[in-house]
Design a protein around this ligand. Sequence first.
Ligand SMILES: NC(=O)C1=CN([C@@H]2O[C@H](COP(=O)(O)OP(=O)(O)OC[C@H]3O[C@@H](n4cnc5c(N)ncnc54)[C@H](OP(=O)(O)O)[C@@H]3O)[C@@H](O)[C@H]2O)C=CC1
Ligand SMILES: O=C([O-])CC(=O)C(=O)O
Length: 268
Amino acid sequence: MLRITMIGSGAIGLSVLSLLKNDPDVSIDSVIVAPDTLDQAREQVGAIAPQAQVVTGLAEVAQRPDLLVECAGHGALRAHVLPALEQGIPCVVVSIGALSDVELARQLEEAAKRGKTQVQLLSGAIGGIDALAAAKIGGLDSVVYTGRKPALAWKDTPADGQFKLEALTEPTVIFEGPAGEAARLFPKNANVAATLSLAGLGLDRTQVRLIADPTSKENVHHVQASGAFGSFEITMRGKPLAANPKTSALTVYSVVRAIGNQAHAVAI
Ligand SMILES: NC(=O)C1=CN([C@@H]2O[C@H](COP(=O)(O)OP(=O)(O)OC[C@H]3O[C@@H](n4cnc5c(N)ncnc54)[C@H](OP(=O)(O)O)[C@@H]3O)[C@@H](O)[C@H]2O)C=CC1
Ligand SMILES: O=C([O-])CC(=O)C(=O)O
């Protein structure tokens, strides 16, 4: 039985809880939530996983988890994942955009080394990370990522002030530049750009184009990579989660897969 503490009870967190509730090899013992959402979270988590303790920090968790699963937000990496790694608790994380802060990325690596454990960066909404990370070993020449989302998925981002998102009638490029800059400007929408960078050519050499598309109902991620291995091209047409249209449903399945791979007798 794999004992889990989750961080976050938002769109991803609650969907993960629902998918895992009948897995006999996994026990969701506790969920760490933001203090201002504690009452609402107790109600929402209680309806799906009544056995789970809902708390605001790792120190309140009754039983040390086998795995800490972050599906919360960038702040949660510093607040909860860093201290867990220091204590030797293995972690899996989805808020990969946070690692475009190279200092935080370094701190996570150092904490994991000190705790003699590991932090796993999940592939989330994008596929092909296994191929890209393997291709990097032979040497990559170019990685180009285009992220296309419905126009209103870019609300509350710098594109919101720059373009009249509600009034767009055709696909509009809202950003073009290196992945590091994309992750800094669009943190909640640039997890994929950051993931591709970390697996591949890094934040400065991964080229990113972001598009607000009023004709699209999907989050479309397109990657072209070339190098000593040859080349590949991949297009993901992700369905957004109803609870958060910025987030593709595949991200939830990626979390559940990672947990299953730790809990089950066969990993794939
Ligand atoms: N790797 C990938 O491909 C993808 C990654 N993501 C990332 O996954 C994360 C979760 O996404 P999603 O579920 O859609 O987002 P939601 O906003 O729906 O949910 C996030 C929840 O986590 C809570 N939270 C934020 N900070 C903390 C904290 N420090 N401790 C505990 N809880 C916290 C939020 O509370 P409050 O509302 O009070 O802030 C909210 O309830 C985001 O960082 C997102 O950027 C999303 C899609 C793809
Ligand atoms: O599609 C998603 O779920 C999220 C996304 O684009 C990103 O954060 O890069």
